[in-house]
Design a protein around this ligand. Structure first.
Ligand SMILES: Cc1cc2nc3c(=O)[nH]c(=O)nc-3n(C[C@H](O)[C@H](O)[C@H](O)COP(=O)(O)O)c2cc1C
Length: 293
């Protein structure tokens, strides 16, 4: 009997919540996962354990992700996938120069953290930039892609693949709360907002210009655009927020979700989403080809 050893993935992020979700998701697919919370720990883990792939956040405290790439590339060819909310082209080029191989071009429509550029112009701009500066790199599109039409559009823009977030939140396998999944099904893209108030109350500091897109709820109604007032009442609000989180109260706690919520109306297994995306994209591309005369 042949015994196959599962690939070993090193995840590098300073946020324990991110590491926990990545571990759960990857282990459920049979991968072995090692987590590192800083660049120094990541480099040690690479030396000791020789991972097959490194998933690396750029925004690390102390030694940042670009420096980790650079040091790793001195002696290793391990594939490095950069997971980053940094949007400035120069930072992506730095990461590539330092040895990253896949860049995610994520537009502002996306759920979770990111910047203010739209997916439609951002993806071809980064595709062109990478063609000039790092032709070996793969550009993957993200932000607003929830069905095969989005996949087809991303391919037409020059991306080689897509990264899909919100659509997979509403799946059987997702670790999201059932109430959060139900709310995603019930709302439209208009019911999302880019905000910093959830980061403030949870005690996270993101780089300037980075906000998180989430569903609007009572908490955003009260505090969004009122950061100074929130700061003044932060200690009380933190306690209220933690209590709401413990009871799964989605009227108060964050549900990260993108503008594509309009396109989500069921909670199927994740594999079905992948099959649908491919089937629908083939159809969309065939229709689009027929429109070109
Ligand atoms: C609920 C949720 C949590 C997310 N958490 C993270 C995260 O911890 N780290 C990260 O790099 N991106 C995170 N993202 C962003 C996704 O990885 C992905 O880039 C984004 O969702 C793509 O846009 P879409 O939501 O329009 O598909 C999150 C997205 C969602 C919806």
């Amino acid at each position: 009997m042949r015994t196959e050893i599962a690939p070993n993935i090193l995840t590098v992020d300073d946020d324990p919540h991110v590491l926990r979700s990545l571990r759960a998701a990857l282990e459920s697919h049979g991968y072995r996962v090692r987590a590192a919370t800083s660049g120094a720990i990541a480099l040690e883990a690479c030396t000791a354990e020789r991972p097959d792939v490194v998933l690396l956040d750029l925004a690390l405290p102390g030694m940042d992700g670009v420096e980790v790439c650079r040091r790793l590339r001195d002696w290793s060819r391990v594939p490095i996938l950069v997971l980053s909310a940094r949007v400035h082209e120069q930072q992506k080029v730095q990461a590539l120069d330092a040895g990253a191989e896949i860049i995610v071009a994520q537009g502002t429509e996306a759920g979770g953290h990111g910047g203010s550029r739209g997916t439609l112009p951002l993806v071809p701009a980064l595709v062109d930039l990478m063609a000039r500066r790092a032709p070996q790199a793969m550009v993957v599109a993200a932000g607003g892609i929830a069905d095969g039409r989005g996949l087809a559009a991303a391919l037409a823009l020059g991306a080689e693949g897509v990264l899909v977030g919100t659509r997979f939140y509403a799946t059987v396998e997702s670790l999201g709360h059932d109430k959060a999944k139900a709310r995603i099904l019930a709302t439209s893209g208009d019911a999302t907002v880019r905000t910093t108030v959830f980061d403030t109350v949870r005690g996270y500091r993101w780089p300037d210009g980075i906000t998180g897109r989430a569903l609007r709820n009572d908490f955003t109604a009260r505090w969004h655009s009122r950061e100074p007032e929130l700061a003044a009442e932060l200690e009380d609000e933190k306690l209220r927020y933690q209590a709401a989180a413990a009871r799964g109260d989605v009227d108060t706690v964050v549900v990260f979700a993108g503008e594509c919520t309009d396109l989500i109306d069921d909670v199927p297994p994740a594999g079905e989403i992948v099959a649908r995306l491919v089937r629908e994209a083939e159809r969309a591309l065939a229709v689009a080809t027929g429109c070109v005369v």
